[in-house]
Ligand binder design. Structure first.
Ligand SMILES: Cc1ncc(C[n+]2csc(CCOP(=O)(O)OP(=O)(O)O)c2C)c(N)n1
Length: 344
């Protein structure tokens, strides 16, 4: 399904991906980060107004990681995601209308309206429906990597996860298995400092998740997750290594979520000063400033208007879409089992 208003690259090229990003491509990175930011801001209001059911975990502030990493992936590469998947889904190319309709619980959603916010995904663009169990994707992704290796494709899988997940057993099992099997996987940790309300320094004496890579014989790298070009550059290297068969890489993106953990969080566990410091590093503002040195500001304003129109369109599409039918409740919920022929 495509409304033509998603956040995929305007011109997904087949040329080799390099670390060079010219002004038009930087503008496209800006557009895609801005779609995610405005998606998050608008769905929060729709949630408060009662139009979106369930709950929301939002990613304002973390857009550079989703967009910078997914920018270097092919459509045939896959990602896994978490309870905070909106940015990852849009960056990997899940249709904007289908993502919005999924949050509304509508039949036109990317999971038929049965998954909602925490399970966004679409296999047709290489995204497994998101897994809300913390650390869940860290072992599931090894299945993707092993399949690519056994099928001898040159596909790569990226596992997005938070620093909180790095204390789950699944993080260690997944990384170790991927390492010994030399699987084509990039483990992309978004270290936004807090697992819900718990600061990372209270649950880990090791401040950098990337340093844990050494325990598994894997390359680890710390990256400024508030700079989309730095994210992209690190991703180009890591994805190329994984694709070439040299095994997994662990990237740790230092980032910050501007919103609370989920919709009801009043953020009492962090100071307003700390929030202001990170707001200063807003990845969208930073790229906008960089772009205004080469582009007319009117181009960026026009881009913002386009983004708003795409969101208006997606929201209207979701509102007008039907709810799933009761008789379809079990469709896609269970695998179809073909009974074995009786041998007796
Ligand atoms: C196994 C498991 N334990 C607890 C939870 C509840 N929970 C949901 S999100 C979250 C915090 C996760 O922190 P992190 O992995 O750093 O991701 P972030 O929320 O920062 O994106 C917790 C504890 C869960 N979903 N799964």
């Amino acid at each position: 399904m495509s409304s033509g208003t998603g956040v995929e690259k305007t011109q997904p090229g087949s040329a080799e991906i390099t670390t060079e990003v010219d002004a038009p491509d930087q503008l496209d990175l800006y557009r895609r980060m801005q779609i995610i930011r405005r998606f998050e801001e608008r769905v929060y209001l729709l949630y408060l107004q009662g139009e979106i059911p369930g709950t929301l975990h939002q990613s304002q502030g973390q857009e550079a990681v989703a967009v910078g990493v997914c920018d270097v992936l092919r459509r045939t590469d896959w990602i896994t995601s978490t309870h905070r998947p909106h940015g990852h889904a849009l960056a990997k190319g899940v249709d904007l209308r289908a993502a919005m309709a999924e949050l509304f619980g509508k039949a036109t959603g990317c999971c038929g309206g049965k998954g909602g916010s925490m399970h966004l995904g679409d296999p047709s663009v290489g995204m497994l429906p998101a897994i809300a169990i913390v650390g869940g994707g860290n072992t599931v992704v090894t299945g993707l990597g092993l399949a690519f290796k056994l099928m001898r494709t040159d596909q790569v899988a990226v596992c997005f996860f938070g620093e909180g997940a790095s204390n789950e057993g699944a993080f260690h099992e997944g990384l170790n298995f991927a390492a010994v099997q030399h699987l084509p996987i990039v483990f992309a940790c978004e270290n936004n400092l807090y697992g819900a309300s718990t600061p990372f320094h209270q649950v880990s004496l090791v401040p950098d998740v990337a340093s844990r890579a050494a325990a598994y014989g894997v390359r680890g790298e710390i990256v400024d997750g508030m700079d989309v070009l730095a994210v992209r550059e690190a991703a180009v290297r890591a994805v190329a290594e994984a694709r070439a068969g040299s095994g997994p890489v662990l990237l740790e993106f230092k980032t910050y979520r501007f919103a609370g953990h989920s919709r009801g969080d009043v953020k009492g566990y962090r100071s307003r000063e700390e929030e202001a410091e990170w707001q200063e590093r807003d990845p969208i503002v930073r790229l906008r400033e960089r772009l205004t040195s080469t582009l007319d500001g009117g181009v960026l304003d026009a881009m913002d208007v386009q983004v708003e129109a795409a969101l208006d369109d997606a929201i209207e599409f979701a509102r007008q879409s039907p709810l799933p039918r009761a008789e379809d409740a079990l469709t896609d919920a269970y695998a179809t089992v073909i009974p074995r022929e009786s041998t007796s």
